[in-house]
Design a protein around this ligand. Structure first.
Ligand SMILES: C[S@@+](CC[C@H](N)C(=O)[O-])C[C@H]1O[C@@H](n2cnc3c(N)ncnc32)[C@H](O)[C@@H]1O
Length: 467
């Protein structure tokens, strides 16, 4: 702990020397880059390490500046390393993200002699993005769509690593930096910490700026990454963060008022919980942008041309506009569809009878999805409780077969015995990480099932009160 604090303090001094500052007036002689507006703090329930307001902050205030020279980009890593530049030159088909991953591992390979060493030491040692999920955790997601997304992410990670291997061999990286796990570390660092820059699609790592934890954008908040898009129409000020050519710095602005001690949050974008898990390795219990996507009957697709991602149930259980309009048209007798198409497409009800059929179809669809899952919502709640107390787990005779099977599968896939778990000392770091990822999978499926269940309640209330 003390060592972490010493590392952090020397990192903040290093950052100050590079001109990173939370003060509106630049002062390269400052001994630390924070303290006037922000301070590093711990928020166990919302992201762990993060940035707190060191004083009252008003919406729209500039709260942090990170000069271009302090941004870690592929360009700067390559231009300072001839060997890296020559090796990459032989493999022109690598993507920008692969190049940044290789450059990051190459920098980590230099250890203390890397110019970026103080920054690299601050990076998390491991991540919990979908790419790092094993087969057990993937199956624990239970919903086909999510399982498919996770499998695809793992497959993509493996492919990218294999493609990058020849360059890493040429760079003669230490063997542990050539492993798939090391690759996952580099690509997860990039996925969860880079910020948009206009000149490289892989983005940049932004020391100190990447200490901001996430809050979803407020309703009506504009999304976008260019400086112009970030300009708030009402206040003419930046509302979040972006690279400002005018001052050659990454600039962070307060998106709302904060009291002293509050966590200052950044919106990285609009994400469902599955997307947060995929790109950042966490999810939110309350996520206004969460969605449950449902599949349509094959013939429904030909009726409307809404994109697949617009057919969903919102976080509050309400069917999306596109879902309602498609099912309304489909529930209309074929001979009448032409004449009512405009009503369905404008989002209006077609008739009371049609609306009842629509609500029934959607509710049945949700029921079918729920009954196809290996566990119920209540069982998931119980499972989360068991996971939270897993170190004390000694086997519970009262559990349903589904939960018993899941626990057994976890123990088997991690080669642990119940006896081993009941002794806290025997739980290895690797097992604790696996338990944490399992928890993420159960939390995700639980939230998803809640959306389906809320949708059933919504449809039932619409059927009971058709007005
Ligand atoms: C840019 S970093 C933010 C700083 C990070 N907490 C750290 O210690 O370096 C993004 C990562 O922080 C965590 N995180 C950010 N916001 C979070 C939130 N609201 N809830 C849980 N974890 C969060 C996730 O692990 C995410 O991948």
């Amino acid at each position: 702990m003390e060592e972490d604090e010493t590392n952090l303090q020397s990192f903040l001094r290093w950052a100050a020397a590079l001109g990173i500052s939370d003060s509106p007036i630049s002062d390269c002689s400052a001994s630390t880059c924070l303290g006037r507006t922000l301070s590093v703090s711990h928020f166990p329930e919302a992201g762990g390490r993060g940035l707190a307001a060191a004083r009252r902050i008003r919406k729209g205030e500039l709260i942090l500046r990170v000069p271009k020279a302090a941004l870690v980009t592929s360009d700067c890593l390559i231009s300072n390393d001839e060997k890296l530049s020559a090796a990459l030159g032989k493999y022109p088909s690598l993507s920008c993200t692969q190049i940044l991953s290789i450059a990051l591992l190459n920098e980590a390979n230099k250890g203390r002699s890397s110019w970026w060493y103080p920054y690299l030491k601050q990076l998390p040692q491991s991540y919990d993005l979908l790419t790092s999920f094993g087969q057990f955790e993937i199956e624990a997601l239970q919903i086909d769509d999510a399982i498919w997304t996770a499998e695809k992410a793992v497959h993509k990670g493996k492919m990218e690593w294999e493609e990058a291997n020849p360059v890493m061999c040429e760079l003669n990286l230490r063997s542990q930096l050539m492993t798939f796990n090391a690759w996952l570390w580099a690509s997860a660092t990039i996925s969860s910490r880079t910020m948009h820059i206009p000149w490289n699609t892989a983005g940049c790592l932004c020391p100190v700026g990447d200490f901001f934890n996430y809050a979803p954008p407020e309703e009506g908040e504009r999304s976008g990454n260019s400086i112009d898009e970030l300009l708030d129409a009402n206040t003419d000020r930046l509302t979040d963060a972006g690279f400002d050519e005018g001052v050659a710095s990454y600039c962070f602005y307060a998106k709302r008022n904060y009291g002293k001690g509050d966590q200052v949050l950044l919106s990285y974008g609009t994400y469902t919980n599955l997307e947060l898990l995929e790109h950042y390795g966490f999810l939110l219990q309350e996520n206004p942008n969460d969605k449950a996507f449902i599949s349509l009957e094959p013939e429904m697709h030909s009726l409307c041309s809404w994109p697949r991602e617009s057919i969903y149930i919102s976080e509050d259980g309400k069917p999306s506009f596109a879902l309602l309009s498609t099912v309304r048209l489909w529930a209309t007798p074929m001979s009448k569809r032409r004449s009512v198409k405009h009503i369905a497409f404008s989002g209006n009800r077609i008739s009371a009878e049609n609306e009842a059929a629509v609500m029934e179809w959607i509710a049945d669809k949700c029921r079918a999805l729920l009954s196809g899952c290996l566990s119920t919502i209540d069982e998931d709640m119980l499972m989360l409780h068991i996971i939270d107390n897993f170190q004390d787990y000694t086997g519970e005779p009262e559990l349903s077969p589904a939960l018993c099977d899941e626990i057994r599968a976890f123990l088997e896939s991690n080669h642990v015995t119940c006896g081993g778990l009941s002794t806290k000392l025997h739980v290895s770091l690797k097992t604790r990480r696996a338990v944490y990822r399992w928890k993420l999978a159960v939390q995700w499926r639980h939230r998803y099932k809640r959306i389906l269940s809320d949708c059933i309640s919504y449809c039932t209330s619409m059927l009971d009160n058709p007005s």
